[in-house]
Design a binder for this molecule. Structure first.
Ligand code: GAP
Length: 573
């Protein structure tokens, strides 16, 4: 096999999976189109994700706008800090990602370096575009958000969302009510995100418009035990923790139970989503041996995060690629939105039994305050009730005006106050998936070439449930009624919700090859025996084995093969 990236992308373009956008006007870097088969396959990958997060976990999906008001992104910190380090080549004027150049020349984790540190490191390095020495180059921050105006006349600034997460955070107060004020709960979103990447030269890996699938799971800050942790306690997978990275040790294959008890993973929630992500990615077609989970190093991790891991997938072309981020973001996002919006962003958690607390209560003397302050008396008494007076009295402020209320204008009483519960600001556990990166990894891991009868057979070994076309139906000959039977089988499959493709053109071997290339897992052939005994052959894409089954059993057999309940090898027996 030659360069796998070239082979995969050639097939993807030729067979209608992925191609550059608007090629007739000159494609724009960082944007791609999914063609007919690619769009279908992407939908299936997203539906697999939904099966895990929406159906299994019970986190409902929401859909927020891709354009957000400026206030959201000021609160989230994106306006101030969502930037990459950029520089411009003094020779060819190309804009470059400074940390990527440094990393390509051996500087690990260069994204954490400051602009002056990067400038110093780049001085003697060649420009990746023109190879001229970068020299005394300035490195500066470039904000990655696409800015826009909402409404005519540039009245309101907006941004294309750089992640789907902020829409969920901004909706928190409504979501709490939807989930009837109970923790934990979660909401998910699948949709486009936008980042004005500086030099997106990595095909589907670094895009300016890409699809994210994110779950935001709101948990009690003191209860980070996942209710279904038992599902994954013994699940083992490779974890590249901070210590393994610092000592250049290989990833540790460890169960989730041990990972948490040894303190490698911060809590059960993070461990649970590490394992679920591993299961989901393998189910989608990522090769298990090319998948690892890497913990963020202390200087790489956001200051507020309690723990942070990346699911990294190995690519022959791009090396280890971060494809999913799994983080315990604490209460950072909700705190930020509370501070900027004035809403509470808390959940009221009632106590099991009502508690009483001894509290001081201020009782204003309205007999004096009323006549003295007239129209302002009510506001003054309310401010007074909430104040914390000193020995002589207290100064309060009403509508910007300050009043000193002397000690003899109110009484203080100590009393037992009923406390029914507490306002809690939840912590957020966030698994965040890049669907396009998953798609590329699946293409690369599932692409195969082998010699069959003196010819190269190109095959996409896609898991049946994400293959865009799930079954092909061929009449051996386009006559003698074989075509009619094949068409009626195709129709019966379609009625079962199976996407089946009828093909009667060319030699049967060519037809198999065409389907192998697009990953169609099963092909049904109607031949002359079908006329005799009402059976057809069913061919397995991967082994190329064929079995005869009754024509009428085709829809049910295929349904079971596609959903994984039936294994093709068992069908043979
Ligand atoms: N809400 C958290 C968040 O957005 P992130 O690590 O910036 O975290 C999550 O993004 C995932 O989105 C990444 O792991 C990656 O798969 C995908 N992603 C990020 N930037 C991307 C880009 N420019 N092109 C394609 N996918 C991207």
């Amino acid at each position: 096999m030659g360069d796998i990236y070239e082979s995969v992308m050639e097939l993807a373009k030729r067979r209608g999976f992925v191609w550059p956008t608007s090629e007739c006007y000159g494609a724009v870097a960082g944007f791609i189109d999914y063609g007919p088969l690619g769009a279908m396959m992407k939908r299936k990958v997203e539906d697999l994700w939904r099966d895990f997060y929406v159906i299994r976990e019970g986190y409902y999906e929401i859909e927020c706008p891709t354009v957000g008001a400026e206030a959201i992104y000021i609160a989230s910190g994106h306006v101030k800090g969502f930037a990459d380090k950029m520089c411009q080549c003094p020779h060819c004027r190309e804009y470059l990602r400074a940390d990527h150049i440094a990393e390509a020349h051996g500087k690990a984790n260069a994204a954490v370096l400051s602009a002056p540190e990067l400038s110093a490191f780049l001085r003697l390095l060649p420009c990746p575009a023109c190879e001229g020495e970068l020299g005394d180059i300035e490195v500066f921050d470039f904000n990655l958000m696409f800015e826009t105006q909402i409404g005519p006349g540039s009245q309101r600034k907006g941004y294309l969302r750089p992640e789907t997460a902020q829409g969920i955070f901004a909706d928190f107060n409504r979501l709490v009510r939807f989930y009837r004020n109970k923790l934990p709960f979660g909401a998910v979103q699948i949709g486009k995100s936008y980042r004005n990447e500086i030099s997106p030269r990595q095909g589907m890996i670094r895009l300016r418009e890409f699809t994210q699938a994110e779950a935001e799971i709101f948990v009690h800050p003191e209860h980070k035990e996942h209710p279904n942790f038992a599902l994954y306690t013994d699940y083992e997978m490779p974890l590249l923790g901070i210590v393994q990275q610092q000592t250049s040790a290989p990833p540790l294959r460890i169960s989730m139970k041990n990972a948490v008890s040894r303190g490698l993973v911060a809590n059960e929630y993070v461990a649970y989503y590490l394992a679920l992500t591993h299961e989901l990615l393998v189910c989608a077609g990522v090769r298990e041996e090319k998948l690892r989970f890497r913990q963020h190093l202390p200087d790489e991790r956001a200051h507020y995060a309690e723990d942070c891991w990346d699911a990294e997938i190995f690519s022959e072309r791009f090396g280890w690629v971060e494809t999913v981020g799994i983080a315990d973001r604490t209460d950072y996002d909700l705190r930020a939105h509370a501070a900027h919006s004035g809403d509470s962003f808390t959940v009221f958690i009632p106590f099991d039994t009502v508690r009483y607390e001894r509290k001081r209560r201020i009782i204003p003397d309205m007999g004096v305050l009323g006549p003295r302050y007239r129209g302002k008396a009510k506001q003054i008494s309310e401010a007074l009730a909430a104040a914390d007076p000193g020995e002589d009295g207290v100064e309060i402020s009403v509508d910007g005006e300050r009043f000193f209320i002397a000690r003899d204008l109110y009484r203080e009483v100590e009393e037992d106050v009923e406390i029914r519960g507490i306002d809690v600001r939840p912590h957020v556990i966030e698994p965040s998936y890049g669907i396009d990166r998953m798609m590329y990894a699946i293409f690369e891991h599932r692409y195969d070439e082998e010699m069959v009868e003196g010819e190269i057979r190109k095959v996409l070994r896609l898991p049946p449930r994400i293959a865009p076309v799930q079954a092909a139906v061929f009449p051996l000959m386009n006559r003698d009624g074989l075509d009619e039977i094949a068409l009626s089988i195709t129709q019966s499959l379609v009625e079962q919700g199976i996407l089946a493709q009828y093909d009667d053109s060319g030699a049967i071997g060519r037809r198999y090859r065409r389907q192998d290339e697009i990953g169609t897992p099963f092909a049904i052939t109607v031949d002359y025996d079908t006329l005799e005994d009402s059976t057809v052959t069913i061919r397995d894409r991967d082994s190329m084995n064929q079995v005869r089954i009754a024509k009428n059993d085709v829809p049910e057999t295929l349904r079971l093969l596609i959903n994984g309940t039936l294994n093709f090898d068992l069908l043979k027996k």
